[in-house]
Structures are given as structure tokens and as C-alpha cells.
Ligand binder design. Structure first.
Ligand SMILES: [Zn+2]
Length: 319
């Protein structure tokens, strides 16, 4: 199923269903316990289904949802410029989505970070013509098996075809399709390999998993991420975008600056609650039992990273 929404601000019921499905199946579980079946297996099963939703933005930009993390595509006379490539099990649906957007050839693919729900499509997208761009730590993690205990999963080494060949450690601007596209690597936040992408003319910021719109995020403490880095980087991004900027999260519906402010405030509020309890020497079990996320659960705790699991993520990330 392939649908096109008119406006990102008026997402159809179908899109919400698609996003909810993607979210519901894209996140770790609603408890402090790691599930019997890895979320990776669940997400891969979901990605094998052809439920892909297209959300047009401004300036020839489209968000493709339903294959792990959100995918953003710019199309024009120079070809297609993609941010994140989804999961390879969705190849047929993504191919159909890209063809529906335009017949322009694929030229670039940016990996916002190393996680497989953003990079697993790398090999086939490279074979389809994309030069792959990423940070040095994305290359490092893709170059070897990576264990994530919170996901109860070890990611395999990336196939040679899927390895990024343009590696950036500092900001880099691409002039492409009449756009000025700024790639900005950041300090460790969601992982130690994150970057975000800003399309200047369209005024669209694509944040990867530095932003989860309306749901508690996963933070990869085991690969250098942490709650304090997330807050720091989200503050840096808030300082350079405006109320007119369209903000694309890694997971959840397309949003705006207000949504990112609310997300940052949630991170700060829970970090402070968990941090003061941890400082008093409280154990993880005691901190979870005190429900430090309670004020935010009605808004952020309804999807699969539940309050207890997010409390564990925050607790583990405070050094
Ligand atoms: Zn991620």
C-alpha cells in the first residue's frame, strides 16, 4: 500500500496508522526488561510488510515512513538525495516509493547514525547509484559486529557495498537540486555516530534519532550515547531553527520546533528527576519504583518504550 498525503500538518488517519504501526513495532519494549524476542526481529518482520506512507514536505522533499526509521528524499534535476535508507526487507516498497516520488536517479544517501533501522538499506541503495555519507563512528560500528544488550541483539558487519565512502567529521555543505544541504556531525547523543541534515532553502531539518516526536526515545548508552548528550545537541539544534522550520524526527510524525522544545523539556525533566535520585545512591529498581517519568507518561509513554524502560535508559546514561 502506497499513499500520498497532501500536507505534513494534516496527516491522514492512514498515515497515523502507518506511523503508529511503524512506531509500535520499531521500539524496545514497555518494561525495564529486555524482551524474549529481540525488537530487531519484530521490526524486521514489520518492515517486510509493504505498509509505506509518503508525506510531502516543502521544496521537493518527501518523508517515507514504514521501514524502521523515517526516510527523507529530495528530488530534482541533479537526482535524488536521501537521508537514511530504512530496512532492506522493505526494498520493494521503498523502490516503489522512490519511483512514485520521481524518476530522477539516486545520487546520495546520508546515514544519520549506525543503527540498522537507518542503514540496513545501504547495500542495495548503493547498487542503485547512491554514494553513502556518514560519520567516522558510523563507519566504525558498521565495520564490525555490534552488540546492543538493550536490544538483545548483535548487528552483523555491513556488506562491503553498504559501507559509507564519504566520511565527515565536521560540517559539510552539498549544493544539489538547487538546495543547500548542510550535514552537521554532533557530539555523542543518541549514539556516538550521529549527524543531522538541514535543507536551507526548504527550511527542513532532518534529525535522525536525535528527535523522536511524541514518544520516549531509545538512547544507545552502550555505543557512547547518553541523556546529557541528547539534551545538549537538541539545545544546539533549537538555537539554529525557527518556528517555521519543518522538523523530521527519526521516529514519529513530521513535526516542528514546538514539538522539539516539548521533547527537550521532557528529556530535561526526567533527567533531573532520575539524576537527583541516582545522586542519593538509589538503585535502578528504587528509581523505577518512584516513577520519575510520571508527569510525561500520558504524552510520551504510550508507545513501546514505556516509562520503566526509559527510566532505565536515563539512569544508565547518567555518569
Ligand atoms: Zn537509532
Amino acid at each position: 500500500m502506497l499513499t500520498t498525503n497532501r500536507l505534513q500538518t494534516e496527516i491522514s488517519g492512514l498515515a497515523i496508522l502507518g506511523i503508529a504501526l511503524a512506531l509500535g513495532l520499531s521500539c524496545p519494549p514497555a518494561s525495564a526488561q529486555v524482551p524474549a524476542i529481540s525488537p530487531v526481529t519484530t521490526i524486521n518482520e514489520a518492515a517486510a510488510k509493504p505498509d509505506i506512507v509518503l508525506t510531502p514536505l516543502r521544496g521537493n522533499l518527501t518523508v517515507v515512513s514504514g521501514s524502521g526509521g523515517n526516510i527523507t528524499v529530495l528530488t530534482g534535476t541533479d537526482g535524488k538525495f536521501m537521508v537514511d535508507g530504512g530496512i532492506s526487507l522493505s526494498k520493494d516498497s521503498i523502490q516503489a516509493a522512490l519511483a512514485k516520488i520521481s524518476n530522477a536517479p539516486l545520487k546520495y544517501l546520508v546515514d544519520t547514525h549506525y543503527h540498522w533501522d537507518h542503514t540496513d538499506g545501504n547495500p542495495w541503495l548503493h547498487q542503485a547509484g547512491a554514494t553513502i555519507i556518514a560519520t567516522p563512528n558510523t563507519v566504525k560500528h558498521l565495520s564490525m559486529p555490534t552488540r546492543v544488550d538493550d536490544w538483545k541483539y548483535t548487528f552483523k558487519t555491513m556488506a562491503p557495498d553498504g559501507m559509507p565512502t564519504v566520511v565527515i567529521s565536521g560540517p559539510k555543505t552539498y549544493n544539489f537540486d538547487g538546495e543547500s544541504i548542510v550535514l552537521t556531525p554532533v557530539v555523542p547523543a543518541h549514539t556516538d555516530s550521529d549527524l543531522y541534515v538541514y535543507f536551507k532553502k526548504a527550511d527542513v531539518a532532518v534529525l535522525g534519532d536525535l528527535f523522536w516526536n511524541g514518544v520516549y526515545p531509545f538512547i544507545d548508552n552502550e555505543q557512547g550515547g547518553g541523556i546529557d548528550g541528547m539534551i545538549k545537541v537538541d539545545n544546539q539544534i533549537l538555537a539554529v531553527i525557527t518556528d517555521k522550520t519543518i522538523v523530521v524526527p527519526g521516529h514519529g510524525p513530521v513535526g516542528n520546533r514546538k514539538d522539539l522544545v516539548a521533547f527537550r523539556d521532557m528529556l530535561v525533566g526526567i533527567r533531573n528527576n532520575v539524576g537527583s535520585l541516582k545522586k542519593q545512591g538509589k538503585s535502578l529498581a528504587d528509581v523505577v519504583a518512584s516513577k520519575p517519568t510520571a508527569a510525561f507518561d500520558a504524552t510520551y509513554g504510550k508507545f513501546v518504550i514505556g516509562p520503566d524502560f526509559f527510566t532505565k535508559i536515563v539512569y544508565d546514561g547518567i555518569k
